[in-house]
Structure formats: C-alpha cells, structure tokens
Design a protein around this ligand. Structure first.
Ligand SMILES: [Zn+2]
Length: 76
C-alpha cells in the first residue's frame, strides 16, 4: 500500500491509497527476487509522496514563489 497526495478537490486535500502489486522472480540468477508494480513517472514516481500531476504543479509553484510560500499550500 502506498499513499500519495493528489490534486485537491474543492480546496480539500486528497490522498490516494494505492494498492501496489508485488511480484516474485523465479529466475535462479536474478538478484532482484521481489519487485513492486511500477507506475509511469508522470503518474506516480517510485518513492514519491505526490502524484506526477501534483508534483508538476508544486514544482512550478516553487519556482514561481521561491519555495517557501508554496510549501505552505494545502496541496503539498
Ligand atoms: Zn528476475
């Protein structure tokens, strides 16, 4: 289970709880025996706490506002 913040709805914070499938590899020489389902970086990047579309908006807000003000917004 992963959690990721997404774009707000009607000004309210949205958190997605995503069930991620895990796979096992039976190949004898494989060094990665267990691996989790991946989503595209534009959807939900590995280890990210935000969806790609929210990350894009937060990124651009950070550039426009100089970082600190954007961190206080309820979407992050
Ligand atoms: Zn493998």
């Amino acid at each position: 289970m992963r959690q990721a913040a997404d774009l707000p709805i009607a000004g309210r914070r949205v958190v997605l709880r995503v069930t991620v499938r895990r796979f096992w590899c039976d190949a004898v020489l494989c060094r990665r025996r267990i691996f989790a389902e991946r989503f595209g970086a534009d959807v939900l990047a590995p280890l990210s706490r935000r969806t790609g579309r929210l990350e894009t908006i937060v990124h651009h807000l950070g550039l426009a506002l100089g970082g600190r003000p954007a961190a206080a917004l309820p979407i992050a």
